[in-house]
Ligand binder design. Structure first.
Ligand SMILES: [Zn+2]
Length: 438
């Protein structure tokens, strides 16, 4: 939740309000319960040791670090723990990576991330991500869906982006505190380069660490977790007349995908989809909103991810109270568990593949875009020549462009492959001989 003035009432979201992911929730809950193998004594002991260590309470910096190290020590082949930088006060910015190949990117396996606690006084996300980690590691090789998810997805979890702000917030408090900011008094969710206007804030160490991280990984889908409201908010947060800001809604070329992503979370959450808001504050139809429609902001992280990181990110407001008492954390985990998992699966929407020359050598920096939905910065292939495009089921024309060659157009029919844990795969091969390009 942001403390800035609220900009008008939320408008009803456009898009297909008839598609209710709630059906998937029921499937998930009936299929997704943990199935521990009774004979696996070692596994049970591991499960008990980690689960017992993770109480429903707030974990301060040393406890959080100790917990992450303990998980990694218990599940060394399933996890990778690293710090992507340090806060102003020198605290590590820990990221735990989970997956079958946790230490490095593998071709075809999309990268996903969750980031919490960038506002240090918004604390629910920080704790439920620790419980998500616990659930994922203890379910691997026991729950078939979680096993497939971890075999086919590399999941990065950053429980706190603003550890200094969290430590500065001494006691639970439902409303804004100074702990929102980093140690230099900067709001990290106003601190990123902005696509639509110049923002003056100097880039903070926490922001720079995340920018470097985004540059170094091929993130496809992400969410950042906040508190102070109950809604899933999607890009753009800022805009101009071309994006529709004059009409009070800043529409990205992938608006349909973002609405689907936000609804996936809200309808799989215990109550977010009801959109009743908090107390007497604003309501949100279906529990979602376009960021700009709610209120405009510049320098936000989700716009940065989408415009420069080639990563679709939404902002999740998980609790009316920013820093609720610890005895409510178990309910927050229960309310969010199915939504957190179902949202990760959406990284397998759409289409992916590799761009190579005729000898199979990958072509980095090739532009691969969908006709009719141009990104502010065209999406380009990574070092391995890979592209990932999140798209809803339908027919699309994909345009692959390499300077010096004629563009390749391919019409594709995309189905919902999230249940298969793999987007549609299509590779593009460019000839060796240069053809004048149009
Ligand atoms: Zn916030």
């Amino acid at each position: 939740m942001e403390s800035a003035s609220v900009r008008g009432r939320a408008r009803p979201a456009t898009g297909d309000s008839g598609s209710r992911p709630a059906v998937r929730l029921q499937l998930w809950r009936s299929d997704g319960t943990m199935r521990a193998a009774a004979g696996d004594v070692v596994g049970i002991l591991c499960l008990v040791s980690v689960a017992a260590a993770l109480d429903f309470k707030y974990h301060h910096a040393e406890e959080l670090e100790a917990y992450l190290k303990r998980v990694h020590a218990t599940y060394p082949s399933l996890t990778h723990l690293h710090s992507i930088g340090r806060s102003v006060e020198g605290r590590d910015l820990w990221v735990l990576v989970l997956g079958r190949f946790p230490t490095q990117h593998k071709i075809g396996i999309p990268e996903f991330k969750y980031v919490a606690n960038m506002h240090g006084d918004e604390t629910v996300g920080r704790e439920i991500l620790l419980h998500l980690i616990d659930f994922l590691v203890t379910s691997y090789r026991r729950d078939p869906l979680i096993t497939r998810l971890l075999n086919n997805t590399r999941i990065h979890i950053m429980p706190t982006m603003n550890p200094d702000g969290f430590e500065a917030t001494k006691v639970p408090d439902c409303y804004y505190t100074r702990g929102r900011y980093n140690k230099n008094g900067e709001d990290l969710n106003r601190n990123f380069p902005d696509a639509f206007e110049r923002n003056n804030a100097s880039i903070q160490p926490e922001t720079q660490a995340v920018m470097n991280w985004i540059k170094n990984e091929t993130f496809v889908l992400s969410a950042n977790l906040h508190g102070g409201a109950l809604v899933a908010s999607y890009t753009f947060d800022n805009g101009n007349s071309a994006t529709g800001s004059l009409e009070g809604y800043s529409r990205s070329p992938d608006d349909d995908v973002f609405i689907h992503l936000a609804k996936t979370y809200s309808f799989n959450h215990a109550s977010m989809y009801k959109g009743t808001g908090c107390d007497n504050r604003q309501t949100f139809p279906d529990g979602i909103t376009n960021g700009y429609s709610w209120y405009q902001l510049e320098g936000g992280m989700q716009d940065y991810n989408y415009v420069w990181g080639q990563c679709f990110e939404i902002t999740l407001e998980l609790s009316c109270c920013k820093y609720p008492p610890a005895d409510q954390l178990e309910k927050f985990w229960r309310d969010n568990k199915a939504a957190l998992i179902e949202y990760i699966k959406q990284v397998h929407l759409g289409i992916k593949g590799q761009v190579t020359d005729k000898n199979g050598n990958p072509i980095p920096n090739a532009i691969v875009e969908v006709q009719g939905r141009p990104h502010v910065c065209p999406y380009r292939t990574n070092e391995q020549g890979e592209y990932f495009l999140l798209l809803l089921p339908g027919t699309y024309v994909i345009n692959a462009t390499v300077p010096g060659f004629k563009s390749i157009l391919k019409t594709v029919e995309i189905h919902n492959n999230t249940g298969n844990f793999s987007a549609l795969k299509h590779d593009f091969t460019f000839p060796e001989v240069s053809i004048s390009w149009e």
